[in-house]
Design a protein around this ligand. Structure first.
Ligand SMILES: C[S@@+](CC[C@H](N)C(=O)[O-])C[C@H]1O[C@@H](n2cnc3c(N)ncnc32)[C@H](O)[C@@H]1O
Length: 249
């Protein structure tokens, strides 16, 4: 079924060019939020600042400080592989009291999300271009995220590519470590074998218990969800709540 999955899922961009700099290089300390970029004019003399939600950490080695990233203290929700951001923009609009981080390895997609963020004047969104396995294992602090949305993660259907899948035992441990006490993981995929593997990993970990789905309106659909629904394909969904168990009670 996924012989041509790249046709739907698209070209992979790897490695991410985390050194690419959208901002003017001003640094507000290691946790400083540089959610602003500067665009040079043709003659290079005049510079204009445009708002952007694209965030570049002061460094990529120390855990993020959410209060510094968002400029306030609020529950943090993360859209993993946010793509073009239809869900992210909807969630941020409908829950202004929460902060939302959209993560994707493709800058071109984040720029599209950024335009949505600016169009809706959303102040509770930040966008980060980074490989998510790195972000979660190195930069996300313990018990600091209230929800993850992992919608249509790349399925990597070939056996020899299985190691590239996001969901691995260590990834499930990182989800548990970084979620708040009653945090939630939401998953959706069109790929039945990957869904079976994800369910087995999460359930076997003992870190989560399955919950019933949240019913979301049509406007919350992601871009990939719309594509699969239009093709009449089934979508597999799950929602797990973190349990206080294991090394991180
Ligand atoms: C199939 S698309 C789904 C996009 C969106 N969630 C949706 O449902 O429309 C997967 C997205 O995840 C991003 N992605 C895949 N693996 C990633 C990783 N390890 N770290 C960050 N982004 C990743 C891809 O660049 C792509 O934008």
């Amino acid at each position: 079924m996924h012989g041509s999955w790249r046709h739907t899922y698209g070209k992979q961009y790897w490695p991410p060019k985390i050194s690419e700099n959208l901002s003017d290089g001003r640094r507000g300390g290691t946790q400083g939020c540089r959610a602003e970029r500067t665009v040079a004019s043709v003659d290079g003399l005049r510079q204009e600042s445009r708002p952007t939600a694209i965030y570049k950490p002061g460094n990529y080695l120390e855990p993020l400080n959410w209060q510094a990233v968002f400029g306030r203290e609020a529950p943090v929700e993360i859209d993993v592989g946010c793509g073009k951001g239809a869900f992210l923009a909807w969630a941020a609009r409908t829950r202004p009291g929460h902060d939302f981080l959209g993560v994707d390895r493709q800058l071109v997609r984040l720029r599209k999300v950024d335009r949505k963020v600016q169009r809706h004047a959303l102040t509770n969104v930040r966008l980060l271009r980074l490989e998510f396995s790195y972000l979660i294992s190195k930069l996300i602090p313990n018990a600091s995220v209230s929800a993850y949305y992992i919608f249509f993660p790349d399925p990597w259907p070939k056996r020899r590519h299985a190691a590239k899948r996001l969901f691995q035992p260590s990834f499930v441990t990182e989800l548990h470590r970084t979620l708040c006490r009653t945090g939630i993981v939401n998953v959706a995929t069109d790929d039945a074998p990957y869904f079976a593997q994800i369910s087995e990993l999460v359930n076997a970990s003992g870190f989560f218990r399955a919950e019933s789905q949240e019913v979301l309106p049509e406007e919350a659909q992601t871009e990939f969800e719309k594509i699969f629904l239009a093709k009449g394909q089934s979508i597999h969904r799950a929602r797990w709540r973190r349990q206080a168990q294991g090394i991180f009670p």
